[in-house]
Design a protein around this ligand. Sequence first.
Ligand code: MG
Length: 291
Amino acid sequence: MENEDRYLHASKPKFECLLFDLDDTLYPLSSGLSVQVTKNIQEYMLLKLGIEEKKVPELCFSLYKDYGTTMAGLRAVGYNFDYDDFHGFVHGRLPYNLLKPDPVLRGLLLSLPIRKVVFTNSDMAHTARVLSRLGLEDCFERIICFETLNPTNKENVPVEEDDTELGVPRSSTISGTNEYMSEPNDSSVLPRTPVICKPFEESFEEVFKIANINPQRTVFFDDSIRNLQTAKRLDLHTVMVGSSQRIEGVDHALESIHNIREALPELWEAEGKSENIAYSGKVAIETYVKA
Ligand SMILES: [Mg+2]
């Protein structure tokens, strides 16, 4: 039995899943798309939420810094709005033609013999358009986006109905929208956001459940240091994309996602191993699931 355990352990590839952020990770910041996203968010704050023009840039940045997304921060401090309306305004008018097909990345992803999942704070429509523009729409096993973790914010919809319809358990922090004011409050204590998103641990834990991910055997790629630091606390192997400077909480740092093979050649080694000992690998996975 002891020998068998040792054999199973030795036969497992080191990593079994790759978890990718979308924006500024699967395409570079230099594309210019993110600048347009910020511009549209600030316009939404000004035109739709009536926030004073001179306060918009700083509030936009500080909420993003504190909550992972400006939208999550706006909800936390008391602004109430429809998520779809926000996403439609912010992403609906983006110049997606800034993104070009990326056959190099496509080739890399398709050659990787490991599960690949997208985990983004963006909404599904935006994610689909970005992946389509990049030519990567068929490179991932599944996409976990804003709607996956935040099924609805429609008022007067019972929570139980959401659960049944979408099959995703709602967090206890989301209990409908009635508790939120339509105007911001002035509390000096940082209020909680009803939005589930990176960099909060809760969002990662939901993703692990939804996609059946073992964090210890997963590599997480993101351009945000806060997201990477949460991921590291949760035992993921972390790769910063967009900078070659390694910071605490980051196992690897890549100037570009195109450098995956140079930085992590072991991801491809799993291919040879799985070919040679495919049967053993299968047994090992089944053992893990039962445990
Ligand atoms: Mg990003």
